[in-house]
Design a protein. Structure first.
Length: 572
């Protein structure tokens, strides 16, 4: 047992159920006191926020208890896998802040060993070659209350099974004509124990082994044996694999693996409101071009969250807050947004950007004068520098910051009322100019108090409202992509009869607007995190150029979840 493990288990009092198991194993010196986990993604799609939780859990436990964590690709289905997915997965794990060091493995690394293990099962009379089709196997498996029917080939002689299995490997049979099945119990109450398939014939090139193999192992057969080969101590899976655990253990028992034996532990997978995380459904969104690829900022993929502007720190914090549960539950996506907002508030630079502009003219301000106003780059950073913001006679303000006939408690600009222009002066609305045909306001005319400049205010005026602005003469035109939740209902999988999850898509999940920003927005580069003051948090999109800046909205400034957390903490 490592010193780090001893320290953690003795000093840390709030442990989840997986940590309790690890602590007990360390106490009992199971597997010589080693802790070795793995993250085993299938390279058949991009990782999503649910995988991020698993990554944080597996790598986090290894770090906490002085152990190791492998990255292992479960690449047993050449029909759906590609190098593109492998590369994206590695990028995502690194971006989240984790390092598998030299421990990058593939199930395909073990194809020879798995084949030899299978030969061992055949020799023991624990596996046989079956010639039933997939449909026939499914039809004879029975139900949870009715036993299955044995295959006509279940009692083939060992010698014949060995010959056929070797011929399967050598490519002598067409795909789908034969499988290798474990010989367990067709009347078991656990359907997964009813002679499960171990190998199937697939005449398809593999992204790593090319055409070397034409038989491929199933996940259930590959899982435990790969864990054993890699010296994994704790094989942490999501809850749907709980019913697979007896099979996991049966294979290890038949192979007589007692030393350095891995154990499978299940936890509840992550489910989020307003989100689908089925790989099949995410692939459907991509292939039908409902979204702009796997990294579309509306997707729950890690690459999508990265492009949207989420930070790895915020996702790690979210995973920690969600915790590890034994039962399925649904987490409010507002918690993820809150974690993002909390971190971006600490690290994001500030800038003023006007999304829906209307001109504001200060009638008593000199026509040719430009002043330099100062704003903090990040007021949350004690060492922050100041940014210079040019101020002139004609400005842009948000159209929503003005109302001709405002309701009570409208503390922004209206006729005869005063507000402060952030970092600048107090102004008073004197009149408006409207388009004669549409009646739309085209100009707001104001006067300013020269003695009310921020930081030098001698006016002694008190105003309740502060609005942001941009100098028309110095405004930088930019594209703002206003991303929102992709689905309009909390559970997109609940649909009316005859419809599918796509019927719950929000048609307004993306709006693109032309906006105007202060000059500092020109200096932000791809991935830069920015708070558009009084608006929200944004990130510079990879498609952005020096001539055409594109900003993706990450999250708004609204944060009702903070109040919920405060209430929860009080109750605790």
């Amino acid at each position: 047992m490592s010193d780090k493990g001893k320290n953690e288990t003795s000093s840390h009092t709030s442990l989840n159920f997986i940590e309790e198991i690890i602590r007990e194993d360390l106490h009992n010196n199971r597997n010589d006191g080693r802790i070795h986990t793995r993250f085993p993604p299938e390279p058949n799609g991009y990782l999503h926020i649910g995988h991020a939780k698993s990554i944080c859990l597996n790598f986090g436990l290894a770090k906490k208890y002085g152990g190791k964590c492998n990255l292992r690709f479960d690449d047993t289905n050449p029909m759906t896998e590609s190098v593109e997915y492998v590369d994206s997965i590695k990028e995502d794990v690194r971006w989240l802040g984790f390092d598998w060091e030299e421990r990058e493995f593939y199930a395909s690394d073990y194809f020879h060993a798995l084949f030899d293990f299978a030969i061992g099962l055949i020799k023991k009379g624990k596996a046989y070659v079956c010639e039933m089709s997939g449909e026939e196997i499914a039809n004879t498996r029975g139900t949870p209350t009715r036993p299955g029917k044995e295959s006509p080939w279940r009692n083939r002689p060992v010698k014949e099974n060995l010959e056929l299995f070797n011929k399967m490997r050598d490519g002598e049979f067409p795909g789908g004509t034969k499988v290798l099945r474990a010989k367990i119990d067709m009347s078991s109450p656990n359907m997964h124990m009813r002679d499960p398939v171990m190998y199937r014939i697939l005449h398809a090139p593999h992204h790593r082994t090319e055409n070397k193999w034409c038989i491929y192992p199933t996940y259930d057969w590959t899982h435990g044996q790969s864990d054993y080969i890699e010296n994994i101590t704790h094989s942490i899976c999501t809850l749907e694999f709980e019913v697979h655990r007896p099979l996991y253990d049966w294979f290890l028992d038949v192979l007589e693996i007692t030393e350095n034996r891995p154990r499978q532990i299940e936890f509840a997978r992550l489910n989020l409101t307003y989100t689908v995380m089925s790989k099949r459904k995410l692939l459907e969104l991509v292939e039908n071009k409902i979204v702009n690829g796997w990294d579309d900022p509306r997707m729950p993929t890690i690459s999508g969250l990265r492009r949207r502007g989420y930070s790895p720190e915020s996702i790690r914090t979210f995973s920690e807050k969600v915790g590890v549960a034994k039962r399925e539950n649904i987490i409010d996506v507002a918690l993820l947004e809150h974690c993002c907002r909390e971190h971006l508030n600490k690290i994001a630079s500030r800038a003023m950007v006007v999304m829906n502009p209307v001109k504001l003219i200060i009638d008593n301000y000199p026509d040719d004068k430009t002043e330099e106003m100062a704003g903090k780059i990040n007021p949350e950073d004690p060492d922050t520098l100041l940014r210079i913001i040019p101020f002139t006679k004609t400005l842009y303000i948000e159209r929503d910051d003005f109302m001709e006939d405002p309701p009570k408690k409208f503390f922004r600009l209206s006729p005869g009322k005063e507000v402060r222009l952030k970092y600048a002066y107090i102004i008073k609305c004197e009149s408006v100019v409207k388009d004669h045909e549409t009646g739309k306001i085209t100009e707001i005319h104001c006067t300013y108090d020269p003695g009310s400049r921020s930081g030098q205010d001698i006016s002694n005026k008190k105003v309740k409202g502060t609005i942001h602005w941009v100098s028309v003469d110095h405004a930088v035109k930019l594209e703002a992509r206003l991303y929102d939740r992709l689905f309009k209902t909390e559970n997109p999988d609940i649909v009316e009869e005859g419809k599918d999850f796509k019927s719950n898509l929000d048609p307004d999940s993306l709006k693109i607007v032309e906006a105007f920003g202060e000059p500092s927005v020109k200096d932000f580069t791809t991935g830069s995190k920015v708070q558009f003051e009084r608006n929200g948090y944004y990130s510079v999109d990879p498609d952005s150029t020096n001539e055409h800046k594109i900003f993706n909205r990450t999250v708004t400034l609204r944060d009702s979840w903070a109040k919920v957390l405060k209430k929860m903490n009080k109750q605790a």
